[in-house]
Write a protein that binds this ligand. Structure first.
Ligand SMILES: C[S@@+](CC[C@H](N)C(=O)[O-])C[C@H]1O[C@@H](n2cnc3c(N)ncnc32)[C@H](O)[C@@H]1O
Length: 202
């Protein structure tokens, strides 16, 4: 989807993907320590970034939709959390060379050539002990029709992750049934791929 299409979707809803943080992220709560630096890519209206900031992390939330960016700033203010909320293309942002303890990548589906570039930039942006928390639609999601891109090359399977994140140590890699929530459609079943990869550089 183009930035214009995302802007239109965000403009015609109140909270497009709801207020609740990603459940896979919440299940990792015990690994999160106050003061850690976290980057939330394609963070939309920032429900995940805000939740991370509430855990005491130093959060940067990046999305290139101007409409989501304004909503994210308003939500962070209402939540009373301080965080960096940046309106930028994620590939441009990651080219700045900043490093993070945690990078969260939830349901950001880029076209194939950009997707590979994104993965390498994420790996390069991890601190030596940093890790990636990832949940995106699995290729099997095409059979569900409950959300996500219809182009199989923008979706994921286990082999994609093993190949493209081979520089990381895989902690978790699992296909999972997930609740796909969208304001206009409510919760519907879908299938995702969840992944946690640690930087193995010393
Ligand atoms: C499906 S939404 C996911 C939002 C949020 N991560 C979540 O899980 O609810 C995908 C988000 O990625 C953003 N996005 C898509 N391409 C992007 C890019 N190249 N740079 C930054 N953000 C992008 C969109 O604007 C949108 O907010």
């Amino acid at each position: 989807m183009t930035t214009d299409s995302w802007n239109k979707r965000y403009a015609t809803s109140k909270n497009l993907f709801g207020h609740s943080p990603n459940e896979f992220l919440v299940s990792y709560k015990r690994h999160l320590k106050p003061g850690m630096t976290a980057l939330a890519i394609g963070d939309g209206e920032a429900q995940n970034g805000i939740w991370l900031a509430r855990q005491g992390l130093d959060v940067t939330s990046v999305d290139n939709s101007q409409v989501a960016h304004e909503t994210a700033k308003r939500h962070a203010k209402e939540a009373g959390v301080a965080m960096h909320i940046i309106c930028s293309d994620i590939l441009d942002y990651l080219s700045r060379g900043k490093k993070y303890d945690i990078i969260v990548h939830f349901f950001v589906h880029l076209p194939a050539p950009l997707k590979q570039d994104l993965h390498q930039k994420i790996i390069n942006s991890l601190n030596p002990t940093g890790y990636v928390l990832f949940e995106c639609f699995h290729k099997d999601q095409l059979h569900y029709g409950t959300g996500g891109p219809q182009d199989i090359n923008m979706l994921y399977d286990e082999a994609d992750i093993e190949r493209e994140f081979s520089q990381l140590k895989i902690d978790t890699l699992q296909k999972s049934m997930t609740n796909v929530y969208e304001e206009t459609r409510g919760s519907q079943p879908g299938v995702s791929l969840q992944f946690v990869g640690f930087n193995s550089r010393d």
